[in-house]
Write a protein that binds this ligand. Structure first.
Ligand SMILES: NC(=O)c1ccc[n+]([C@@H]2O[C@H](COP(=O)([O-])OP(=O)(O)OC[C@H]3O[C@@H](n4cnc5c(N)ncnc54)[C@H](O)[C@@H]3O)[C@@H](O)[C@H]2O)c1
Length: 335
């Protein structure tokens, strides 16, 4: 069977994608350097251990397997780190993607779904962000994704690469099996940070800034369940077959929740008190990021199945409570 190459498939969103592809009866092989990924997340799945920074690793992967399409999740993902260490972000996220595209072209593979981000928009000019909102990133992480989107458009003209960039808002939640979920190191995403505090694995629960121009002063984000993101990729793979060229879709629920509201939801779900400390703003954080995903709904036929914030947090909490979480827990978490 021809395979979908899931680059970064051992990571948080990638491993949920792998589960869905397997369930859908598709052939799958994961390409990951395990810098962030977890071996437990891809147990029982074919894995090629390799690095995007190595053209030899990529050539070997395409030589070894009959690849029909690529879904590319691999990236460095921390906005804050990208501000202090932009070179690493441009190297891994932009140069790494160029290496991948070179290997695809050499192997005659021209179908790609790419993980982009709401960070390509920068500070919103409208209440909700649709695809036609100007792209004006305010941090190197967002720029690295914006640059790749431009590369994908140029490669469509240059050699017929067909691609869909999916711009996720805040991925959250965990697989209903309770076997895989979110575990970055260091963890900077609010939902797992709050749950780790609820488990006593983080001593301080910090919210960065309470003086933003929002009703309670904390940042507002759009939380989208990781399984809903995965289902959009499956639809994007089909869409590419009907629509050549480079396309982009925004993926969110269209509802914004402040950091304070997320903590309140986590208090309801976990039954824990969860005391909060207000810290200074983080560099590169816009006040509000909420998606207008009308286009993904209308063109891809995508409908999120888990839009409720408490249910999203409940699914993440179920996983953190599950024995499966053990191999994912990082030693450095107690800070
Ligand atoms: N998590 C979110 O809320 C969110 C939001 C918007 C966009 N995204 C994008 O989605 C993608 C996946 O995010 P995630 O949260 O699953 O991240 P993650 O860190 O859990 O997964 C990324 C995976 O890529 C691998 N990887 C990184 N660099 C590599 C390299 N050079 N070679 C091979 N493998 C490499 C890592 O080991 C990891 O398994 C990223 O591209 C990210 O920018 C994530």
């Amino acid at each position: 069977m021809r395979k979908v190459l899931v680059v970064g498939g051992a990571g948080y969103i990638g491993s949920h994608m792998v589960r869905l592809l397997v369930e859908a009866g598709r052939g799958v092989v994961v390409f990951d350097n395990f810098s962030q990924g977890h071996r437990a997340a891809v147990a029982g799945v074919e894995v090629f251990e390799g690095d995007l920074m190595s053209p030899d690793d990529l050539a070997a992967a395409f030589d070894t397997y009959d690849i029909e399409a690529v879904i590319h999740f691999a990236a460095l993902i921390s906005v804050g780190d990208s501000v202090t260490d932009p070179a690493s972000y441009y190297r891994n996220n932009v140069t790494g993607t160029l290496n991948l595209l070179d290997a695809m072209r050499a192997a005659g593979v021209n179908k790609l779904v790419f993980s982009s981000t709401a960070a390509v928009f920068g500070n919103p000019l409208t209440e909700k962000l649709a695809e036609d909102h100007p792209l004006a990133p305010i941090n190197p992480y967002g720029w690295s994704k914006r640059m790749v989107e431009q590369v994908l458009a140029d490669m469509a003209h240059a050699w017929g690469l067909n691609s869909v960039a999916l711009r996720y808002f805040n991925a959250s939640g965990a697989h209903p099996s309770g076997e895989i979920g979110e575990a970055h190191d260091p963890e900077t995403h609010l939902v797992p940070v709050v749950l780790l505090a609820a488990m006593g694995l983080r001593t301080a629960l910090k919210l960065f800034g309470d003086d933003y121009d929002t009703p309670d002063g904390t940042c507002i984000r759009d939380y989208i369940h990781v399984c809903d993101l995965a289902s959009a990729h499956l639809k994007a793979l089909d869409y590419i077959d009907t629509a050549p060229g480079a396309h982009a879709f925004n993926l969110g629920n269209g509802a914004g929740f402040s950091n304070q509201e997320v903590v309140e939801a986590a208090r309801r779900v976990t039954g824990k008190e969860l005391p909060v400390e207000i810290a200074p703003r983080r560099a590169g954080d816009p006040a509000r990021l909420v998606a207008d995903s009308t286009r993904a709904r209308e063109v891809l036929g995508w409908t999120p199945e888990h839009p409720d914030l408490d249910s999203i947090i409940q699914s993440a909490w179920d996983w953190h409570q599950n024995p499966s979480y053990g191999p994912f827990a990082h030693k450095r978490l107690t800070i």
